[in-house]
Design a protein around this ligand. Structure first.
Ligand SMILES: [Zn+2]
Length: 376
């Protein structure tokens, strides 16, 4: 991967990230392999972005065909109608960047035979036969496939990212799942999964989900941005990032695993990673701010007055303070991310029982008399 700044170099703008100090080692992307499950409105666009970024190898899974009803989204073209999505996508992506290696499989990963093969490609599919792939991206539109990806990744302790767009096309999310460290798909299942309802029974005749190329393109952009940040180690990857198009609201959160998760592999990995802490990125500027300020050519001997500085402040504190733009929250601060609210309030942890007793003007004798009447 050349960094030469000439019009004929497809990677010059990407390698500029290294020169500008954003990514230490951008060319590492040529060694990386990513699996994309689901090559629809989000998956196809994600595959195109990674292809243009020069990813080493992509492995695509989908069992659907391209339809004219997909043309409101990005990537596929009307002349590809009737082709399998994996075949049509690979044909286009090879033209965009012939440096990328491709594998593609047109099957449903939820059947037991295909699931075994899917697991094999996760654990052995890396570019140059180097073993397991670097990341799995789930871009599917149904819960059964998400559960299959979740199961495979929990069994193999494989990091993956989940993405989704709501049926009304105005909400989306991405999520980074590190088995045993962050919540898996079954740790906090949607009600339909927790209730073990077959989602096919919910489909209504003649009614289809809405979709917008804007929301799907944005979710794909957020997903691949998170992928690049995670794989190339720059900035803060999001553990959960939501998008509400109606209010342009982007909630973020770190969701820890559920000790009572229905998935046994998840529970076992929670013990293995009991000491794990979420990654906190500190910008180089914030890291420098906590150390002594030394100018390389400080001919004038200028130094900063640090009378008001708290010596115990860490680099992370400095980073969080410098990024503090949220309005001050009421005291005590709610434990949910700004803008989110709980469906119900947890019971009080106060064990004195003081808050359970109602104020009353009755005397103790009156109360005892009432109690005796109840007992009789
Ligand atoms: Zn779990």
């Amino acid at each position: 991967m050349s960094a030469e700044v000439v019009d004929s170099n497809p990677y010059s703008r990407l390698m500029a990230l290294k020169r500008m100090g954003i990514v230490d080692n951008y060319q590492r992307i040529r060694d990386l392999t990513v699996i994309i499950v689901g090559v629809g409105g989000v998956g196809s666009v994600s595959a195109e972005m990674l292809t243009r970024c020069g990813i080493g190898k992509l492995i695509l899974f989908d069992y659907d065909k391209v339809e004219l009803a997909n043309m409101n989204r990005l990537f596929f073209t009307p002349d590809q109608a009737g082709m399998t999505k994996t075949e049509a996508a690979t044909m286009t992506l090879r033209k965009i960047n012939p440096d990328v290696e491709f594998e593609h499989y047109c099957y449903d990963i939820t059947t037991s035979k295909n699931f075994e093969h899917f697991m094999n490609r996760i654990s052995k599919g890396a570019k140059g036969d180097k073993g397991r792939v670097d990341l799995v991206l789930s871009c599917v539109d149904n819960f059964a496939a998400r559960i299959a990806v979740n199961q495979a990744c929990n069994e193999l302790d494989q990091v993956w990212m989940e993405s989704g767009v709501s049926e009304d096309a105005v909400n989306g999310h991405i999520q980074l799942l590190e088995p045993g460290r962050t919540a898996c798909f079954q740790c906090v299942p949607p009600l339909i999964v927790a209730s073990d309802i077959d989602e096919k029974t919910l489909k209504r005749e003649g009614v289809c989900a809405a979709s917008l190329p804007t929301t799907m393109g944005m979710v794909a952009g957020l997903l691949v941005q998170n992928t690049l940040k995670y794989l190339l180690k720059f900035g803060q990857p999001s553990y959960y990032l939501g998008y509400n198009a109606m209010t342009d609201f982007f909630p973020t959160a770190t969701i820890r695993p559920n000790v009572d998760c229905a998935n046994g592999h998840c529970r076992a990995l929670q013990k293995k990673y009991a000491d794990w802490k979420p990654y906190k990125w500190v910008s180089p500027q914030a890291a420098k701010a906590t150390g002594p300020v030394v100018h390389e050519d400080n001919d004038w001997g200028i130094c900063l007055d640090d009378d008001d500085e708290d010596d115990s402040a860490t680099a992370a504190d400095a980073a969080s303070k410098s990024n503090e733009i949220a309005p001050k929250l009421p005291d005590p601060t709610p434990p949910a991310a700004t803008g989110l609210k709980f469906a119900y309030e947890a019971p009080s942890t106060d064990t004195t029982g003081a808050d359970l007793v109602e104020e009353t003007d009755m005397s103790l004798d009156d109360l005892q008399a009432q109690l005796a009447a109840l007992a009789s």
